[in-house]
Design a protein around this ligand. Sequence first.
Ligand code: FAD
Ligand code: PYC
Length: 419
Amino acid sequence: MRGQNYSLWSLLKHGFKNHQTWEPAWERVALKPSYDVVIVGGGGHGLATAYYLAKNHPGIGRIAVLEKGYLGGGNTARNTTIVRSNYLWDESAAIYEHSLKLWEGLTEDLNFNVMFSQRGVFNLGHTLQDMRDIERRVNANALQGVDAHVLNAQEVKEKIPQLDCSRSRRFPVLGASWQPRAGVAHHDAVARGFARAASRLGVDLIEGCEVTGMDIQNGQIRGLQTNLGAIKTERVGCVAAGHSSVLAKMAGLRMPLESHPLQAFVSESMQRVIDTVIMSNAVHGYLSQSDKGELVIGAGIDSYLGYGQRGSPHVIEHTAAAIIELFPQFSRVRMNRQWGGIVDVTPDACPIISKTSVQGLFFNCGWGTGGFKATPGSGHVFADMLAKGEAGPLSKAFSVDRFHTGHLIDEHGAAGVAH
Ligand code: FAD
Ligand code: PYC
């Protein structure tokens, strides 16, 4: 939209012209018979991978992103946009902090406003054990160079006056961890920004293109079958979130993943009442307020496995109860919309960024309930892996081999309420 005039008159003029004079954000191209690198999955991570691959590795050749639906229409369109890096273990804090640093310059880098708002994230503690876990994590963050603080109940109340901090609550607020540089970004803007920038660097973005099979000969990937025809390629990066195990099966691989529904919902629009992000593992809910004024609310995964992008009503009921426990006044707010995504959860709540036993076939998956915050960092390190064929310093701990060697990175605590 560079150079567009945003006056009301201009908006009306373009509206009546049915946007015909608008420059498309990315080029629509036909699928070619062969590519040097193919990325399967056109969510935020796949698009970021394509962008950094084209930008940082210009000699890599022709790149395509194949998306079975529309770009950014999976979990990218469905998540609640929380961005933070306050994880417990060095390996995960490092990759999420790398991502947070990229978020801080992303709007300028893409020349597209991704609406990154560093409004801070609070993780509330309601028991002595919660507070000990918070102190441990914040101390770890201090050593890792991640900005995080322990606040007591009074300090929390000063920063979030609407929060019910009375001692008589069933789960009284004893304190919180607070990451001031954390916040939210706009999910659609992120996908569109990466898509536009990747397209301008010559990446083919193919929507409505479902990968249905893999052509593997002598342990090397040679091509892909799709609903739009077969293509030849010797390097494939699968970034398909909730469908990663389906793709792995096409290659005869078994990934340690479970696909679960994860739901969220929003209220009617209101004046600004919440200017930060609040999460509570104990009462089990989280919320922020969107720029439109809606309360954006979520909690945990539905416990059953499935590929349906919807969830069960009892999860919504428990989530609403948790939010009312924290903010009794919101019991009077009407809820507007509910939806679900499909998230791919690993046993240690950490991602898999890995080569596989098939030469040329790589997976970036298992971000579970927390991958939106990783979008730029994940794309950046995965592009590097696809270009060099090997893990780099930030991705090497996330090899799928850790489930054989036992070098797990248990982030169930910091992965938080949604896990
Ligand atoms: P997706 O956007 O799902 O992209 C994967 C793409 O692969 C999809 O578009 C899909 O259509 C495509 N695909 C699948 N199979 C094929 C195939 N065979 N051929 C071609 N294409 C294929 N994370 C946070 O950090 N903060 C949050 O606040 C947060 N909230 C969440 C709330 C909800 C309700 C949900 C559902 C998720 C949330 N997440 C959050 C998690 C986050 O959304 C995901 O971890 C992240 O979006 C996954 O990466 P992705 O964006 O590339 O996935
Ligand atoms: O990872 O911070 C997170 C998160 C919040 C809600 C869903 N995921």
